[in-house]
Design a protein around this ligand. Structure first.
Ligand SMILES: [Zn+2]
Length: 432
């Protein structure tokens, strides 16, 4: 089972100055920055997924945070260039087996009547960027009814999306064949129920697809995903490969080993490093599962909107806050060197935390501070960064656990990708 990371233009400044919180003075974004695979051994994923909607703007495509510039697009698509692999700097011999998969990014146009790109345009994009795999243009169906209602019982819009996804796949395959298959085409599967998803998959097989990409799983509960996969596997050939698109239940992947899943993509290990309330740092457990630690939040006072607001309103004193921030950082770094006790470090961090923790009334505020204190104590007591041998933790040590600036938060995400990738490989070994 291959784990693909869905590219969100994540790179870090290798020369970042953690003490002064500054980028290297001459640093040029992208050119000097490094992707996770450039600073970690082994590579923390089996390949990357790039969405066309992030690269090629079209009417009706919602602008997302991931957005390639015109220059970046040209560089990726230029004639005779190295394509997406070169752009992502995933073109060395050590990456020769890495998948580079393209899809349309159907979420970006989910509100539109039709997909933003035609099968021909999608083919041209994949071929010009020289992807190894490319998904046919689909139109997302969100609802999945495990009662398997018949076609007549579902809304017209759902039927329309179902038919259009299959029509597109037929045309996409025709164009791929007419151009002697420069990449492996993957048939996008959409449906309103486990049964209709399985029927769509069967039709795609009949169109000669050997690799199917199952979409629309993002909002589904684990038991519904099981029903979908069971219906699929009961219907399609055993040798037909399955990819799960945007698999949000990545942390439950160990429950999905029985379906012959070839690959899946997810962003969650990286995103959770800075989006999750407390599961920010992944640690492998001896029993083969994962456990999570909260990162320690010491944001830059002058960049934190809540603190800035307080300073402007005259509630907080800027100088005082900066001093507390400094003390928290110093305590944490001393703790890491064994020169400060756990208790004193927790106090120093909490002394700054009290201004960050939200709480309307004082009771709520107190509760929330207690919760935060327990999380900080748990993280410091385990000091998980000291026991991780990955390139990130070995290189930046305690900085990885500090929730502060993209250069730390993203590196923590890279660490998570590495831990998660090995987790997937262990699951695979066990299930074989
Ligand atoms: Zn690590």
């Amino acid at each position: 089972m291959k784990f693909l990371y869905s590219d969100t233009q994540d790179y870090v400044d290798p020369e970042y100055d953690f003490i002064n919180d500054r980028n290297a003075p001459t640093r040029q974004r992208y050119w000097d920055d490094r992707y996770a695979h450039e600073i970690m051994q082994p590579t923390p994923y089996d390949g990357l997924l790039v969405a066309m909607s992030a690269v090629v703007p079209a009417p009706g495509v919602a602008s997302s945070k991931v957005r390639y510039s015109i220059a970046e697009r040209r560089s990726m698509l230029r004639d005779g260039g190295g394509g997406v692999r070169e752009f992502l700097r995933l073109d060395g011999p050590q990456y020769k087996n890495a998948m580079v998969m393209g899809d349309c990014g159907a979420f970006a146009y989910v509100q539109q009547e039709k997909p933003a790109y035609s099968p021909q345009e999608v083919f041209e994009f994949y071929a010009a960027a020289r992807f190894t795999h490319g998904v046919s243009p689909d139109h997302i169906i969100f609802a999945c009814d495990t009662d398997n209602p018949p076609r007549e019982a579902v809304e017209e819009d759902i039927r329309f999306r179902f038919d259009l996804t299959l029509e597109n796949a037929r045309e996409f395959m025709r164009v791929c064949k007419a151009n002697s298959m420069p990449f492996e085409p993957m048939g996008a599967v959409q449906g309103w129920s486990p049964k209709s998803i399985a029927q769509a998959a069967k039709q795609l097989e009949d169109m000669d697809y050997r690799y199917l990409a199952i979409g629309g799983l993002v909002p589904l509960k684990v038991d519904v995903i099981h029903k979908v996969l069971r219906a699929l596997r009961d219907t399609i050939k055993p040798e037909t490969k399955i990819h799960l698109l945007g698999f949000a239940k990545a942390d439950s992947i160990q429950h999905f080993t029985g379906y012959g899943i070839t690959s899946f993509d997810s962003t969650s290990p990286l995103i959770r490093a800075f989006m999750d309330e407390k599961a920010n740092y992944y640690v492998p457990k001896l029993d083969g599962s994962l456990e999570y630690y909260a990162a320690i939040r010491i944001p830059q006072a002058i960049e934190n909107s809540r603190l800035m607001h307080g300073i402007k309103e005259g509630i907080f004193n800027a100088e005082d806050l900066v001093k507390r921030e400094e003390r928290a950082l110093t305590a944490l770094r001393s703790f890491d060197k064994g020169q400060e006790t756990l208790e004193a470090t927790v106090e120093a961090v909490m002394d700054y935390q009290q201004f960050l923790t939200l709480g309307g009334d004082s009771d709520k505020h107190t509760k929330s501070l207690i919760k935060t204190r327990l999380q900080i104590e748990r993280t410091l007591a385990a000091a998980p960064w000291k026991h991780c041998g990955c390139d990130i933790c070995a290189h930046i040590g305690v900085e990885v656990i500090i929730f502060r600036s993209a250069n730390r938060n993203r590196r923590r995400g890279f660490h998570n990708l590495g831990v998660y990738h090995q987790h997937v490989q262990r699951i695979l070994e066990k299930s074989e």
